[in-house]
Design a protein around this ligand. Structure first.
Ligand code: 48F
Length: 256
């Protein structure tokens, strides 16, 4: 026998228990694109309590759609271990390029992060950070639907020892910090702004630009280039994965 109200009870009981457990974690990752998912897997595998917060219903960010919705992504030799580690099947083009199916890639990056122990809140947006003495120690969240509906609803706050801005082109956490503090670790102290397409440079700088952008906040993936004034790179994803790997290593080093 199935009782409709029992279904409700089961969902609310489990959700409440899990939400209570996520109020304070080691690392909060804003954005479940390839950079955020890769960082989550590595951090969770190393024993950190990791929470990914994704604005949309589905994780994957810009990776789902491959290039112009052709569901294929391209990557290069130095990044292929990050797909192989999660059993994504690669095609070797024989000239230094590799391809993978974008849907398989997102599904497996996501599954691997969850299998490693990371948690994810979906349909939830990071709209601000919590700060003590100029150090970020958490984020402020709200339902994405509240935002879409334009409702005035006060948010809730979660604590973290480190926060990753993996929100892609919009680099939303960095924008919030700039707006509220006026100061970021960039050449001008401000967001430099993304430059136009140049994959060769963008793929390299996205890894170089990955790092702590404000005490307690790390920037990774496309957000790192957008903040540092570096180019975009289109549907080649090696740099995103390598940036996720780098930010995870940096946080592990910092948190010990
Ligand atoms: O954009 P996205 O895939 O970021 P990424 O991991 O990868 C970039 C590539 O997809 C592509 C590219 C490759 O050459 O340039 O663009 O750096 O994923 C970012 C995720 O963050 C979510 C958004 O819905 C997306 O899934 N997001 C954005 N703002 C917020 C957010 C926010 N304020 N709170 C929560 N999630």
């Amino acid at each position: 026998m199935i009782e409709d109200v029992e279904v409700t009870r089961k969902i609310i009981e489990r959700y409440s228990r899990e939400f209570l457990d996520l109020i304070e974690v080691d690392v909060i990752i804003a954005g479940a694109g390839p950079a955020g998912l890769t960082a989550a897997r590595i951090l969770a595998k190393a024993g950190k309590k990791v929470l990914i917060i994704e604005r949309k219903l589905a994780p994957g960010g810009g990776m789902w759609g491959g290039g112009m919705t052709f569901p294929v992504i391209v990557l290069q030799e130095e990044s292929k271990h990050l797909l192989e580690e999660v059993s994504i099947r690669l095609e070797d083009c024989g000239d230094g390029y590799y391809t993978a199916n974008s849907v398989e890639s997102v599904s497996k990056l996501c599954a691997a992060a969850m299998d490693a122990g990371a948690s994810m809140m979906i349909a939830t947006s990071v709209e601000d950070v919590m700060m003590r003495d100029n150090v970020v120690n958490g984020v402020v969240i709200n339902w994405s639907a509240v935002d879409v509906a334009g409702l005035h609803v006060d948010p809730l706050t979660l604590g973290a020892k480190a926060v990753i801005d993996a929100t892609g082109h919009d680099s939303e956490i960095c924008h919030v910090i700039q707006r509220k503090t006026g100061k970021l670790s960039t050449p001008s102290g401000r967001i430099e702004g993304e430059r136009s397409m140049w994959a060769e440079v963008g793929e390299q700088t996205v890894v170089e630009n990955t790092g702590e952008i404000y005490p307690g906040v790390f920037v990774a993936g496309m957000a790192a280039n957008a903040v540092m004034g570096a180019p975009r790179m289109g549907p080649i994803f090696g740099g995103m994965l390598l940036s996720g790997e780098k930010v995870a290593r940096m946080i592990l080093e910092k948190l010990g």
